[in-house]
Unconditional design. Structure first.
Length: 255
């Protein structure tokens, strides 16, 4: 007996699926003829709403719409937005639109936030800004208003943004941070393995990374913590902080 390769098995599976569809179509065409006498169809009126059925079927494949916002201090956002948007779209049925500014300051300009409807039409917003000195209260109000109903995913330096404003930004996030550690690996330990977000994930160790500290917790539910261990000036250092969390105490969930 010859050895069946993985490719051959895939080809056989595809052939079988195609043949099944063809046979189904062929058979339904045959049975469209009156095979059992007219009495079986007597008094029958088709009530299937074909247009509604097909419309509903098509809607199930509509991707989620995400808005990725990036820019500001300290990072290569041109590359980050490319990696993030392409990576997400390759792995999930999500359309990612990108808005990023070339402004590399600590108070970067984001004109879209001046519009109260800046997030209209999106299912979620991914914040990847680094805007620690930003203090525009009108812009912050527009951002927080949108997130009363639209979930937010906050990456990296986004949790350092709006530090010059009051605590509303950090209350929305669920925690606060004011610094990060050196570029050394982070040991990530899952703290809530039963949460749906964490299903299938295991503890892991990152490459060289920055561990953002936690100065206050505003309702964040920890899903994973990160630990860095290193020597600094001859001293042993260990730092630990929440690195994955969800906050459902301010409007739509923040993650």
């Amino acid at each position: 007996m010859t050895h069946t390769t993985k490719l051959e098995l895939i080809q056989m599976k595809n052939f079988t699926q195609s043949l099944t569809v063809l046979l189904f179509i062929f058979y339904t065409q045959l049975t469209a003829q009156d095979c059992c006498g007219a009495e079986i169809n007597e008094g029958v009126v088709n009530t299937l709403d074909e247009e509604a059925f097909l419309k509903n079927a098509a809607s199930k494949n509509v991707p989620l719409k995400a808005l990725l916002i990036a820019g500001g201090c300290c990072h290569d956002y041109a590359q980050q937005t490319k990696v993030l948007s392409e990576g997400i779209q390759q792995r999930a049925n999500i359309q990612v639109d990108v808005v990023w500014t070339r402004d590399q300051g600590h108070d970067p300009s984001f004109p879209l936030f001046k519009n109260p409807d800046w997030a209209k039409g999106y299912d979620l917003v991914i914040h990847d800004e680094c805007a620690g000195l930003k203090k525009d209260e009108a812009e912050l109000a527009n951002i927080l208003k949108a997130h009363e109903t639209i979930p937010a995913v906050l990456l990296h330096c986004a949790i350092h943004s709006f530090r010059n404003s009051d605590n509303q930004w950090h209350e929305h996030i669920g925690l606060a941070s004011d610094r990060h550690g050196p570029h050394v690996p982070v040991a990530v330990e899952i703290t809530n393995k039963n949460h749906p977000i964490m299903q299938g994930l295991k503890d892991w160790v990152t490459g060289k990374e920055e561990l953002y500290n936690n100065t206050a917790i505003y309702g964040a539910e920890s899903l994973a913590t990160g630990t860095q261990q290193y020597k600094k000036n001859g001293n042993d250092m260990t730092e630990k902080a929440i690195v994955i969390w969800i906050n459902e105490k301010f409007g739509a969930p923040s993650f």
